[in-house]
Design a binder for this molecule. Structure first.
Ligand code: ADP
Ligand code: MG
Length: 261
């Protein structure tokens, strides 16, 4: 992270946020800040609320209390003088165009080539010029190591290649933040490395802010500026990779790490 990035306001700021699904609370008092250019890896057991937190950051889920601020725009709810105020400084759909998200299942359109998949949203949502959007899509596909595969259909690509197309597709909207939800969990083991390599490249050279939910501890150790450990809907501890992975403070972190490492 550069010195200027450290001085800037956080790109993501989640404050005292609770999330319920119906009668069951799944996130408790979440406080999380992500600085510009920072890469944060979110780790924790299945069901601990990692995906829900990402979905709240991207306004795919409504929060119950607290606030979520992305790129300086508050969304969600804040308690003020004992009353709950709804905050919508920016339309959720508009906000999502500034946040890229990559899921475990890439869901490319099967009837469209790699380039068409990547250029679709810039053309449809941002009304970009078609030729320019396709040219930028080709550039991004090159960046994720898919030069020569631009005109292939998803069925002609491996799972790792499809996930790299999905990363290029998210990048095509020129997001300020990228959220990754276990992007390698559905891949055959031999395809995991190529996707992690692309993410590492983005993190180290892209200047982009990233929040990555992952079980890949090697990646987290090498690439994360900070690791956040969640359990049972709470942020249990966070810190630099060496601190969280090698000298965890909480017994829950220790137990999780001894199970996955
Ligand atoms: P993680 O990504 O860490 O595995 P999730 O955020 O997916 O955890 O889930 C957190 C908790 O919320 C789990 O108990 C899960 O069963 C529950 N949950 C997730 N999505 C929904 C939903 N749409 N409706 C109800 N409960 C949900
Ligand atoms: Mg999940």
């Amino acid at each position: 992270m550069s010195a200027t990035a450290e001085l800037a306001a956080p790109v993501v700021r989640v404050s005292d946020m609770d999330k319920w699904y119906g009668n069951s609370q799944v996130l408790y008092n979440i406080d999380l800040e992500v600085a510009a250019g920072e890469t944060v890896c979110l780790i924790g057991p299945s069901g601990s609320g990692k995906s829900t937190l990402l979905r709240c950051i991207n306004h795919l889920e409504e929060i119950n209390t607290g606030s979520v601020e992305v790129l300086g725009d508050l969304m969600g709810y804040r308690m003020h003088r004992g009353r709950l105020h709804e905050l919508h400084e920016r339309d959720a759909a508009d906000q999502r165009t500034r946040v890229g998200m990559v899921f475990q299942h890439f869901n490319l359109f099967p009837h469209m080539t790699a380039v068409e998949n990547v250029a679709l949203a810039p053309i449809k949502v941002k009304k970009e010029n078609k030729a320019e959007a396709r040219a930028y899509a080709r550039e991004l596909l090159g960046r994720v190591g898919l030069a020569g595969k631009e005109d292939h259909y998803p069925s002609q690509l491996s799972g790792g290649q499809q996930q790299r197309v999905a990363i290029a597709r998210a990048m095509a909207m020129r997001p300020k933040v990228m959220l990754f939800d276990e992007p390698t969990s559905a891949l055959d083991p031999e395809l995991v490395g190529e996707v992690l390599a692309v993410m590492k490249d983005l993190a180290l050279t892209g200047g982009i802010t990233m929040v990555v939910v992952t079980h890949e501890m090697g990646f987290a150790r090498e690439v994360a500026d900070r690791i956040v450990f969640m359990d049972s809907g709470r942020v249990v501890e966070q810190g630099p990779p060496a601190q969280v992975l090698d000298t965890p403070r909480s017994d829950r972190t220790k137990a999780f790490l001894s199970a996955v490492l």
